[in-house]
Design a protein around this ligand. Structure first.
Ligand SMILES: C[S@@+](CC[C@H](N)C(=O)[O-])C[C@H]1O[C@@H](n2cnc3c(N)ncnc32)[C@H](O)[C@@H]1O
Length: 269
């Protein structure tokens, strides 16, 4: 009982503190053209991240994308952070990925954002998601079990009048999922499924072969041991994906962008 009360009040306190910190962050002026300097996201990841947060809230960031984020914040439909919408918007504008793959879909926030960005930017391609579509978690995450994740993801796509994506109901390490990943060379892959090191590393190894040269892999939750210092409303991620990021073969991949705990690696060879 005392534990539950402590958790409840601790959670409320954290939410209050997060709001205060966000207000402070948004009160500061910034130069938005500086977001185009992706090198700065590597050399000064914290201030770059805060600029992305400001860009989402205060500038000419498209209303449709803000509303998309707002929708997924309701009813706990999604995780993520506002700044990640800015990151995907920058990536799609600059790299225009045709074949997009996400490992770990949850309720379809990023997957539908990718579909929306392809639509808005006139990119022809397709969107594929691999996920168990259950409450299956890992050592650091647990998910509610009162949701039909597959039906819900489809409903969320329909809400934004987006065509149904290709959804593979499987763990990324299942043979059905591996076969699907091997079927093509992807332009962009988002790894955000199981955060345990062994699984995240297995995901990376297969995706590293199946992303085309010049394509990107975005590794979620992978900034624990970097210079990035998250504000109260954000996190640096988890040890498993962070270790995978440390082990990335630099002869084949170059880190090109970092937004909070999302790190973007481009295949160079
Ligand atoms: C943090 S959530 C993903 C959030 C989602 N990427 C987004 O941006 O909205 C992680 C998801 O991965 C799923 N998952 C867990 N283990 C997995 C695995 N081995 N392969 C694929 N997905 C997995 C979970 O059930 C959950 O839906």
């Amino acid at each position: 009982m005392i534990g539950a009360l402590r958790k409840h009040f601790g959670g409320n306190l954290h939410r209050l503190r997060s709001k205060q910190v966000l207000r402070k962050v948004l009160a500061r002026e910034t130069n938005f053209s500086a977001l185009e300097d992706w090198e700065r996201s590597l050399s000064d990841p914290t201030s770059y991240y805060l600029d992305c947060v400001r860009y989402f809230h205060r500038s000419q960031f498209p209303d449709e994308l803000k509303m998309h984020r707002e929708y997924f914040l309701q009813d706990q439909r999604g995780f993520g952070e506002d700044a990640f919408h800015v990151m995907w918007w920058m990536l799609f504008r600059k790299l225009r990925p045709n074949q997009f793959l996400e490992i770990g879909v949850y309720r379809g926030q990023t997957l539908s954002l990718a579909a929306m960005l392809q639509n808005d930017l006139g990119i022809t391609g397709h969107i594929t998601g691999i996920s168990p579509f259950t409450s299956s978690g890992d050592a650091v995450s647990s998910y509610r079990n009162d949701v039909d994740y597959l039906a819900d993801t489809k409903t969320n796509f329909a809400h934004f009048a987006l065509p149904e994506p290709d959804l593979v109901q499987a763990f990324s390490t299942d043979s059905a999922a591996c076969e699907r990943i091997k079927e093509e060379l992807w332009d962009a892959i988002y790894i955000d499924g199981n955060h345990d090191y062994e699984v995240a590393r297995t995901d990376w190894d297969l995706c590293a072969e199946q992303v085309r040269t010049g394509g990107i892999i975005v590794l979620d939750d992978s900034a624990v041991d970097t210079a990035y210092r998250p504000p109260a409303f954000a996190t640096a991620g988890h040890p498993g994906p962070s270790r995978v990021a440390r082990e990335v073969d630099q002869a084949r991949f170059r880190e090109i962008l970092r937004v909070g705990h999302n790190r973007v690696f481009q295949r160079t060879a």
